[in-house]
Design a protein around this ligand. Sequence first.
Ligand code: NAD
Length: 491
Amino acid sequence: MTSIESLRRSPLAPFLHVINGKRQPASDGGTRIVRSPIDGSVLTTCANGTAADAEAAIAAARTAFDDGRWSDLSPAARKQILLRWADLIEASALEIAVLGVRENGTEIGMALKAEPHSAVATIRYYAEAIDKLTGEVAPTDPAFLGLVHRAPVGVVGAIVPWNFPLMIGAWKFGPALAAGCTMVLKPAETASLSLLRVAELALEAGMPAGVFNVVTGEGAIVGAALASSMDVDALVFTGSGPTGRRLMEASARSNLKRVYLELGGKSPNIVFADAPDLDEAAKVSAQGIFRNSGQVCIAGSRILVERSIHTALVEKLAAHAAAIKVGDPLDNATQAGAVNSERQLLQNLAFVDEAKANGRNVIGGARLLQETGGYYMAPAIVADARPEDRVFREEVFGPVVTVTPFDTEAEAIALANDSTYGLAAAVWTSNLSRAHRMVRKIHAGLVHVNTYGGSDLTVPLGGVKQSGNGHDKSLHAFDKYLDLKTAWVKL
Ligand code: NAD
């Protein structure tokens, strides 16, 4: 039987784009070295895409959309192919998960669940939904018939980040492909391999050539070509705010394609003195920031705590943080694997150093296991962060949490909303009225009550303010990929 240990050592052939039903090298033959954050070793190479590669993939997706090879299939027929694809991914789940971990460093327990298995569940969810969505007959003057169709928007460009490439990728390609759109997806530079692998499996499942294309390479080249294309009808993105801005500008300068952005966060996690169980709040809050080494868009990175329990919460949080086993992400016992890249690790450590230099009480946060050549760090708690601190205001995207005390509910709300972001939040309280008041008052797309993380596919995920627009997950995700189209018929 294939084991994690044998997969960890298996040599990897060079990875190529998947364009128009074929594995293809970059048009100029360019390749990029793929390095593992586990030990800094070279894993393989990957096609280093050019703008011409992106254009070839867009042209393939355009033709595949316009000739109806996918969009004109009955929804039930698309469903069959998507379900076969999900089965193939499921059958290779361990192989795909280990491939992803070798490239991006996520702990294997989480990677298995959050990557191939989550992608399988997502593809199945949207495949099963698509032949149950209907149009409308409008209640018009009886001399007319008003029909509202749902039509696929066309060619969708998708640009995704490195933290959960398959899960986030599937949140886009699941509903887009089910809706009948065709697609060009650009993975992040440091998390491309598992997406290329699932694109190959789509072909095995019988998805027609040109329907799902994956082009790897640099954001500023391949991603920018998608954003400025006249032939991409909608662009869906998960990543950082600065890139999101560039995509909107490129859309404005080209064909005004719709741009849907899932951006970062600085999510407040508010613990009141009447939290039902302070131990549980501390444990779940530690998981809510430190899993996947803090590389989670909704990570609860700003803990706000009622002053009377500040010391107690920090002590409990520190105990839970210290118990997290950081290390080799392919060891089943590991709870936080490697940081994705050396660049990200150094950024994380710089936040910690700055907080210390400002006189803050920082618990943990050291670089670990440097002798392995990999990128590891201990969870860090800035126990007395102030609202003016950079670490309180900017997204770290690493295992660094701030703790800030407050005195009143109104102050907690003001601190929570004192951010340009609005992705997620949490409130811990036994007071039902307060919980609902907080849900209403906090500016965020997702507010947890007495928990953190773990929401499933049935509920939408999206941000407000500078955390983005539009929603992934749930049936609402179809809104990005299905246009309303009216037929007005004189009878
Ligand atoms: P990033 O913006 O640097 O990169 C994301 C993707 O954009 C990558 O594929 C990259 O190659 C591409 N890209 C970069 N520059 C580009 C350009 N000029 N034109 C087109 N594409 C370009 O972000 P990152 O550092 O890879 O990811 C981390 C960020 O993603 C964090 O801010 C995090 O919060 C956010 N994120 C958000 C969610 C969410 O659901 N809201 C989920 C995960 C991550």
